[in-house]
Design a protein around this ligand. Structure first.
Ligand code: ADP
Length: 252
């Protein structure tokens, strides 16, 4: 199997604090890879480094043959890396369909005004986005809710909607920031099923997640961080029995 995401000797310092310390990870093609660790161990920082929300102090990140380091976020999206956020970033007064369509804009922040004008006009771009968004919504079981405003959706559905938005750029890999956070047990099961479907459709997944049931059920391989350093990597079975991992979570 080829490596799809390669993290090489990644370091991130915030003033005196080393948040990510010489981290290297190879994510293989057709893999669901989880990054876990206690609070403050550097997971969110790593995710923010992968899609260039923040620059590294040193180290490199590659997606297939593309060097992501130093590129703006929209270039990481163009390279095939999508992302969802822990705190949902949807426009709550707009419809599900409009929100998902917005994900098709490769660089929404630069073109927000034009996009909204296009969205309400009759451009060809708008038709193409609408068709694509309908396909995406169908694939994640949300088509029937396309005309609901996001405000009217249960939290679990809002999270699925955000996943739909990330799918609009046809990513080859999606970075998921705590997909199960805030979901009740039935929403969680439903979300995991949807993630499996997304994976089965050919999209690789890299997630950070606190819920161990989700991590152990969903992941093929797991990397464990503690104080910014990788302390273990392996299958769910290996990780659950690793003494260093148990110590990092439970303390001395
Ligand atoms: P996790 O996601 O595993 O909980 P984070 O990546 O959020 O961990 O944080 C790792 C460490 O870096 C923590 O000690 C956190 O306080 C620190 N940190 C994160 N972001 C910043 C920032 N922007 N400025 C200063 N320190 C930060």
């Amino acid at each position: 199997m080829a490596t799809t995401l390669r993290i090489e000797h990644l370091v991130k310092r915030f003033e005196g604090l080393v948040a990510v310390n010489d981290l290297s990870i190879d994510v293989q093609e057709r893999e669901i890879h989880a990054l876990i660790g206690p609070n403050g161990s550097g997971k969110t920082t790593t995710l923010n480094l992968i899609n260039s929300v923040i620059p590294p102090t040193s180290g490199q990140i590659w997606f297939r043959d593309t060097l992501l380091t130093g590129k703006p976020t929209f270039e990481t999206v163009k390279a095939g890396v999508g992302r969802t956020f822990q705190n949902i970033k949807l426009f709550s007064s707009m419809t599900v369909l409009e929100n998902v369509m917005m994900g098709g804009q490769k660089d929404v922040s630069h073109n927000m005004l034009r996009f909204i004008v296009d969205l309400r006009g009759s451009h060809r771009e708008e038709r193409v986005l609408r068709e694509k968004a309908c396909e995406v919504l169908d694939s994640i079981g949300m088509y029937h809710l396309r005309n609901e405003t996001v405000d009217n959706l249960a939290y679990g559905r809002q999270k699925v909607c955000e996943l739909g938005r990330a799918l609009m750029t046809t990513p080859q890999l999606i970075l998921l920031d705590e997909p199960a956070a805030g979901l009740n047990p039935s929403e969680r099961r439903e979300f995991v099923d949807i993630l499996r479907k997304v994976y089965d459709s050919g999209v690789d997944l890299f997630l950070i997640e606190h819920n161990m049931d989700v991590v152990m059920n969903l992941s093929h391989r797991i990397t464990v961080l503690s104080f910014g350093c990788k302390i273990a990597e392996g299958t769910p079975e290996e990780i659950q029995h690793d003494p260093q991992v148990i110590k990092a979570y439970l303390g001395d």
